[in-house]
Structure formats: C-alpha cells, structure tokens
Design a protein around this ligand. Sequence first.
Ligand SMILES: NC(=O)c1ccc[n+]([C@@H]2O[C@H](COP(=O)([O-])OP(=O)(O)OC[C@H]3O[C@@H](n4cnc5c(N)ncnc54)[C@H](O)[C@@H]3O)[C@@H](O)[C@H]2O)c1
Length: 260
Amino acid sequence: MSSETKVAIITGGGAGIGKACALRFAREGFGVVIADISAEDGQRTRELIQSEGGQAIFLGGDVSQEADCQAWAQAALDTWGGIDVLVANAGVQTPGHLFEASDEDWERTIGVNLKGVALSCKTVLPAMIEQGSGALVLISSVNALLGVGGGRMLIYDASKAGVLALTRSLAIAHGQDGIRVNSICPGVTVTEFHEQRAAERGQTPEELRAGLKGHALLGKPAEPHQIASAVYFMASEDASHITGQYLVVDGGLTVMSHPL
Ligand SMILES: NC(=O)c1ccc[n+]([C@@H]2O[C@H](COP(=O)([O-])OP(=O)(O)OC[C@H]3O[C@@H](n4cnc5c(N)ncnc54)[C@H](O)[C@@H]3O)[C@@H](O)[C@H]2O)c1
C-alpha cells in the first residue's frame, strides 16, 4: 500500500466499463483518478462518486498523448501520494474493411487502444517501482481471440491482440518489481453508448436487451458492473499470485463452437 488511501487511475473512467470500474474502486475505498477525454462524462462520474461519499478527481486528456498520461499520474501522486492500480480502459472502435481503413483510422485506433495503453502504463510504472508494488489491469476484448464481424473490425482486433502482448511483456519486465500485469477480455457489454444508439433507433434499453436475449452461453450480454468485478478481482490481493494472464468475461461466448 502506497499511502493511507489506495489509489486507482481509470482511463476512460467517464463512461461505460470505465465508469463502472471507477464506481467499484471508489466503493472499495480507493481514491480514484478519472482520466477521460470527455469532460462532461468525467465530471458526471466524479460527481456520482462524491455523492456516494467516495473520493475521486477528474482530469481531462487524451491517452494517446504521453504528457496527458503523465499529468494523470502526477495528479494521483499529488492528491494521495501513490498509485496502486491502473485500469487501462480507454478505447475506441473503428469499423471497416482493410480497403476502407484510412491512415487516420489506423493512427487513432492504434494510438488510443495500443499506444495509449502502453503510455498510461509507462507513466504509472516509476511510482509503482519505487513503492515496490502495483497492479496494471489492461482492457482487451474477445476480439483479440476470435474472428468476429466478418473481418470488419480488423484495426480494433489487432489493437486488442496487441494489448495481450503488452500484458505479457510488461508482466515479464516488472514481476521482480512487485508489479502484476493482467488483462480482461470482455465480450459484448451493454453500456450507455449502446443504450443511446438504441434510443436513436427508437428502442428502449429493455428492448435493446431483449434483442440480445440468447447471447452466449448465459443467454445475455454483460452489464458494465460485471466487467468491473473482474477488473477489481485482478487488481486485488485475491489475485496476488496472478500475472501475465488474461481473464475472459464473455458469458461463455468464446467456448461456443459457432458463437456468431
Ligand atoms: N462494451 C463492449 O461491448 C466492450 C467489449 C470488449 C471490450 N471493450 C473495451 O472496453 C473498454 C471500454 O469500452 P466501453 O464500451 O465502456 O466504451 P465507451 O465508449 O462507453 O467508453 C469509453 C470511454 O473512454 C473515453 N475515451 C475515448 N477515447 C479516449 C482517449 N483518447 N483518451 C481518454 N479517454 C478516452 C471516452 O470518452 C469514454 O468515456 C474499451 O477499451 C473497449 O474496447 C468493450
């Protein structure tokens, strides 16, 4: 433990899975840095945590920019004196076949999903090395493991497979420093983003979920808090001998013979 209050930085903590992680860590007593490109979502999550009596700060920034990642790490150190956990969650999706992918699509998707994950790790590692402990939880996807969507998510798929390679390399490099590095591979998870898109189609959240009935072995998609539970486990003392691994949280999707 780095200080009285344990500290977690959550990139993309303003919405979706990241917001669920921010809420979970705050409810477990962590001081939480919500690091997000959206000030509106980030502030809203901060207010929600504070309304529950939790401790959180919000800082804007872009995870693909090292200076922004550095500012998030510094804010954690200035506020609470240490960094115990990084949840490298911020991610973007760029659908499209290889022939349709622009240079900008490559740069943005790899920049956020892969380089951004690496930079957010790079900027928290010095504090973790100094204190001799820390847990990095990197958010990958079942898309790192399965061919899905007719090959129309290839940049995203490649970025998420890269996150698993980063996980292994960082686990090897920093095991001796007392730092554990693991990934979570979520399957389909219904977030506010999906609910908003459904609303634009005239669908209620209930209708959206009804449309996904029968998904995977458990018959439904995940809710963000279920992914946050797995993230929290990987960061916690309960996972104290686990490093370099990925945990698939997909309702059984990846063990089905014809999942999609
Ligand atoms: N929802 C799913 O079904 C699903 C499945 C598998 C993996 N994932 C992964 O989980 C993670 C979270 O997904 P989600 O569905 O909650 O996404 P989301 O779009 O609901 O939320 C992503 C958050 O990241 C922030 N963000 C985006 N780009 C950023 C940047 N450059 N810098 C800082 N913050 C940035 C956004 O503002 C937003 O708050 C992503 O890495 C995604 O690839 C999601």
